[in-house]
Write a protein that binds this ligand. Sequence first.
Ligand code: ADP
Ligand code: ZN
Length: 742
Amino acid sequence: MPETGASSSAPLGQREAVARARVLLPLALDTPYDYAVPADISLAPGDFVTVPLGRRERVGCVWDGAATGEEIAAERLRKIHRKLPAPPIGENLRRFVEWVARYNCASVGAVLKMVMSAPDALESERPATGYTLVPSAKSPAKFQMTGTRKRVLAALADAPPLSAADLAREAGVSAGVIAGLASAGLIRPVSMASAPAPRQPDPHLHGPELSPDQRACADALVARVTAARYSVTLLDGVTGSGKTEVYLTAVAAALRQGKQVLVLVPEIALTAQWLARFEERFGAPPSQWHSDLTSAQRRRAWRAIASGQARVVVGARSALFLPFPDLGLIVVDEEHDASFKQEEGVIYQARDMAVVRANIEQIPIVLVSATPSLETFANVEQGRYTRLHLPDRFAGAKLPQIALIDMRQDRPPRQAWLSPTLSAAMSETLAAGEQALLFLNRRGFAPLTLCRHCGHRLQCPNCTAWLVDHRREGRLRCHHCGFYSAEPKVCPACATADAFAACGPGVERLAEEAQALFPAARIGIMTSDTLRGPGAAGDFIARIEAREFDIVIGTQVVAKGHHFPYLTLVGVVDGDLGLAGGDLRAAERTYQLLSQVAGRAGRAEHPGRVFIQTYMPENTVMQALLSGDRDRFYRAESDARRAHRMPPYGRLAAIIISGPAEDDVAAAARALARSAPNEPGMSVLGPAPAPLRRLANQYRWRLLVKADKDVNIQAAIRAWLPPAKSKGGLRVRIDIDPYSFL
Ligand code: ADP
Ligand code: ZN
């Protein structure tokens, strides 16, 4: 089959040849559908078209690859309506879509939908209209020159045409005022010359002078960019070693070669400092791609990327599916971060899929971390990835000293969570005019509220979960489904009034404790709740930099990548928290998170101290943090995983069955387990109710598929499970390489 979507076929006994095209629709479909191509449309694979489907019109993408299924008779084919003016998506992206679908047991159409993430970008841009003054126009009789009208005319005097929106903003008037002036003939609409091209990052500007270590790593990366072949490099360096400066050198090299660059980051909301640095380095900001974009921003960004105008894109995981025509480099910053795993819709691991995209595009990819994932660590050990190493902090800044506080000895007062050692360190830090960070990965005031009289625990009515007391909002909230309510007046179980007790600390409660200890200290709380809207994180971080807070109390959102020159003390309030659930990655993740938090301390000339409060100081994670011997910890973790043939030395897939009636869910789960394939090297564990047994009123049961590394787990699952169809409200989700076991 030639590489064209449209093909002529004239089966015997049929008079006319019909040009056909296969069109993939962004729906849960695994194959493209055949359509007839009208004579006046010429199509190539990757073109976007509108087609009839049932009684609706849909946008789809002309697809290539081997034909599947039986051919529909020519006379039954429906016709393509229209070709859209968007640039076609390239062959590499089409193959990537298929690869992601196959690997993650998702439908090709559902993956295509992630590519078509800005539907209105596919239509041509409406030419923008602006307004200009009509020279020497007289206002008609009875038309009063009010103050607002005068302001509009003044704004247009000696100025280029302005769009209605800009004009309204400039003059501080409503759109109606502008329409009124236009109908009075005082201003008139003109088509604006296409907007001036946005400033482009300039790859010829000089970055900072690199240290010899940094220089060596940067040179190696630049060589890989110049080679323009597939390669995977781990840029492994302690926090503050200048990894960002080093990979920006590679970004500059790719730009100089006329290539586009994609930088994936875990959470775009937390990149304000990164964006500022990028702009300083390159003289212009990168394009951004994340879920907070408005639909107009999304449309513009998508088109700029598809047309090649956008040269550098920084984005969250979904940016991986953008239609770069000219990609030359991918960087995955903080590659170990669990938020690269997409848990809804098409479930995929963006870091892993980024490596696949780099392979299909035949370009280099750089994975960046101070605490790489064990998957990446194993790939380096096995020689598949190359490692570049930055062992020291930049400019002689010292890595912080880490100390463990044994909470069995160093006990906080009753109903308090800060040990005497930690509060003493805080008072020293505050006395020196420096900042302290308290890290506690728990939002709200308290994670559990119970009745002192009967022991009843306040639970979410929709989920197997406690309600979290968010006292500043005056609400109890479920962190799983979004349910909230006021605290009940009496216990729902025993009707006793005023008997509720908050159990355990959240950041709000810790703030009360810290304020009581240090009444003069200015305390700021940073969590995903306190940061509302896209600019909020950047604003808060700027306030920390400006030393508006003496004590910052935060969840993992403060742990990520920020650089606070006056922050010299980090206190981890509950080092054991992440170890509790005990899933596959609990130790690895706790190590990564606590190293990152610790890395916030003493990044400038003032040395930093870190205290980790723990009830199990002998635990291997705590000992690894204390000794700083990361690789020894990683090797021990790797050995344990290898011994149990767990990832990355074995394969896992989770199958989650959910539905409104638990009996049906359980029956379906058991039926699936009975029909499990008898594949050598593969076993199916379960079914069992999920730890989060009920979520948003859906009951959930789980199966876990465990297989040797060389088993094609996807093929086995596809042959076993029918394509995901919901029957009687039952849903079956497949999670390849699961991160969540809830
Ligand atoms: P990492 O990403 O490894 O945590 P960064 O790239 O954020 O490290 O660097 C830490 C700090 O040191 C930043 O403020 C950065 O601007 C500064 N820095 C790193 N390398 C250099 C350099 N070669 N010249 C000047 N400043 C540097
Ligand atoms: Zn809930």
